[in-house]
Design a protein around this ligand. Structure first.
Ligand code: NDP
Length: 515
């Protein structure tokens, strides 16, 4: 489904009408500009250029590539207001949401990968004593760049979840083609401009604007795909990657539960519930999508959260500190939010605040708190991805755990208790790739901590060693230095040697007591 005005431009491109997408400001409804929809032929050409440019980039080494990334880090601090303006205008998000996640994450990530890439990808020497056949040989694990990496991103964090995944791919020595969401392409184009100004060789980083067909064409032309988006599209990407037998990493949706124990610091838990369910307009994969609260503190928690949410200011994002909640970025998403709230109310839920689409310019949904919810309702089982918080009363943490795990998703979760040892024990029983105790969402900022989904929430991780090694091909090197003319296992086979070898195996592995 087209998210913004899609049209056929009057301009022609080599005789053929060029399709373009209008980029809308979701907070005002204005069309900011248009970008081209690149097709299969263009993607093929981009990939060919990327492939040609890659060896030179790889040859620059970690230090040379790191210099470009560090320059980009400085560029971001020199151009902060411009970056924030672009993100705010195409995503309709607040100044603070753009600053903390899109800007703050990326400016840190550029420095992190510039510094850490070499350590994560340095050759590893492994011992050779675990099997006599290779004893004494030099064994090396090498991480070679995969070649051309394709990154496909969603619209909720136009820089972090798109360009953010390109940084480790570039640091590893790959060329990268980024396909941003059709709704938010301008931030990625700005990042392309940034890297050019910072001296990245031509065609090492390219942005392919377009729609779903552009994303599909990208998968057809690259050596590795990193996808962030919905589970449904992720499955299609994985199928296409399977046809080409290329590695495919998926960061998908979530239905992130919050478990509040009776001994939690209730003020902190309530403030965090309001913030992490509503920040970025609730359009966060690792958000608080649903809360389970132990009976003794349920009423107090609900009261605190509701008071907090009622005070939130929503409107057209402007200067720092002007509004708390921005717009709904993706047009069809507001229908999903509306549908989930209506479905819950029809089945007996009570809306304590919000519950409606806002009238007037732009696309806004009121910050909404619901109670009397259960798992017959979509709002408790399907990803809502909007400014909503359904809160459910539970007998105890055991019931909360059972309900938290009653989902196909497994992206993120949080547990709130003053007993951090118990909190950690509960966290280990949640089926999710990232679980915070007395916190939420900030795990994403820990660039050395892997982040990835379990179950239908994804495959592979970003951040840490796995977050950069996934953009490489592992090569094993075995080097034999001093050696006889013929090893004992080589032809011709002789009964005596074979028996001797068996005695050796028995000596090595057959002695000692076993259970
Ligand atoms: P979509 O799955 O709709 O789209 C994601 C990207 O895939 C877009 O760039 C889209 O292009 C592109 N695309 C669409 N069809 C294809 C195709 N057949 N082949 C290749 N690419 C294609 O997700 P949304 O943009 O709606 O993003 C919201 C989702 O992202 C939510 O489910 C959210 O949970 C998830 N998400 C997950 C995160 C994580 O880290 N796990 C982080 C952030 C979001 P176009 O937009 O032009 O159609």
């Amino acid at each position: 489904m087209a998210s913004v005005t899609e049209q056929t431009s009057a301009e022609t491109n080599g005789g053929a009408a060029a399709a373009t997408i209008g980029v809308e400001n979701p907070a005002t409804g204005e069309i900011i500009t248009t970008v081209p929809v690149l097709g299969a032929d263009e993607l093929q050409q981009m990939a060919a250029r990327a492939r040609e440019a890659q060896p030179g980039w790889e040859a620059m080494g970690f230090e040379g590539r790191g210099k470009v990334l560090k320059r980009a880090q400085k560029w971001m601090t020199d151009n902060t207001e411009r970056i924030l303006e672009v993100v705010m205008s195409e995503a309709g998000k607040t100044y603070e949401d753009a600053q903390l996640a899109d800007y703050g994450y990326t400016v840190a990530a550029l420095g992190f990968w510039a510094k850490e890439a070499q350590g994560y990808l340095a050759d590893e020497h492994v011992p050779s004593w675990n099997n006599p056949v290779v004893a004494g040989k030099k064994l090396i694990i090498r991480y070679a760049p995969v070649g051309v990496v394709g990154v496909i991103g969603p619209w909720n964090y136009p820089i972090t979840n798109s360009f953010g995944d390109c940084i480790p791919a570039l640091a590893a020595g790959n060329s990268v083609i980024l396909k941003p969401s059709e709704v938010t392409p301008l931030s990625s184009l700005l990042m392309e401009e940034m890297l050019k100004e910072c001296g990245i060789p031509e065609n090492v980083f390219q942005v392919a604007t377009g729609d779903g067909s552009t994303g599909a064409a990208l998968v057809d032309n690259v050596d590795c795909i990193m996808f962030t988006g919905s589970t449904k599209t992720g499955q299609a990407v994985m199928k296409a990657a399977a046809d080409r037998v290329i590695p495919c990493y998926l960061e998908l949706g979530g239905k992130d539960p919050m478990i509040v124990c009776a001994d939690a610091n209730l003020d902190r838990a309530a403030n965090a519930a309001a913030y992490y369910s509503m920040n970025n307009g609730g359009q966060v994969c690792i958000s608080v999508e649903r809360a389970y609260v132990e009976e003794p503190v349920y009423d107090k928690f609900v009261q605190k959260v509701t008071e907090n949410v009622k005070q939130l200011r929503q409107g057209k994002p402007g200067a720092a500190g002007s509004v708390d909640i921005g717009a709904v970025t993706f047009p069809p998403q507001i229908d999903v939010v509306e549908d989930h709230v209506r479905d819950a109310v029809d089945k007996g839920a009570k809306v304590l605040t919000g519950g409606h689409r806002r009238e007037g310019d732009g696309r806004f949904y009121e910050p909404t708190v619901l109670v009397d919810v259960d798992h017959s309702m979509k709002i408790m089982t399907d990803e809502t991805f909007g400014p909503t918080l359904p809160i459910m009363k539970v007998r105890d943490a055991e019931e909360a755990l059972r309900l938290a795990n009653d989902t196909n998703y497994g992206l993120a979760a949080s547990v709130w208790t003053r007993d951090t040892a118990r909190g950690e024990a509960l966290a280990r029983r949640v089926e999710a790739g990232a679980v915070c105790v007395n916190d939420a969402q900030v795990n994403y900022a820990a660039l050395n901590l892997p982040m990835g989904g379990w179950k239908a929430s994804g495959l592979g991780t970003r951040h840490g060693a796995g977050g950069i090694r996934k953009y490489t091909r592992v090569q094993s090197l075995l080097v034999t230095r001093l050696a006889p003319k013929r090893d004992v296992h080589m032809f011709p086979y002789k009964k005596r040697t074979t028996r001797m070898l068996q005695r050796f195996y028995n000596f090595l592995y057959g002695r000692g007591k076993r259970d």
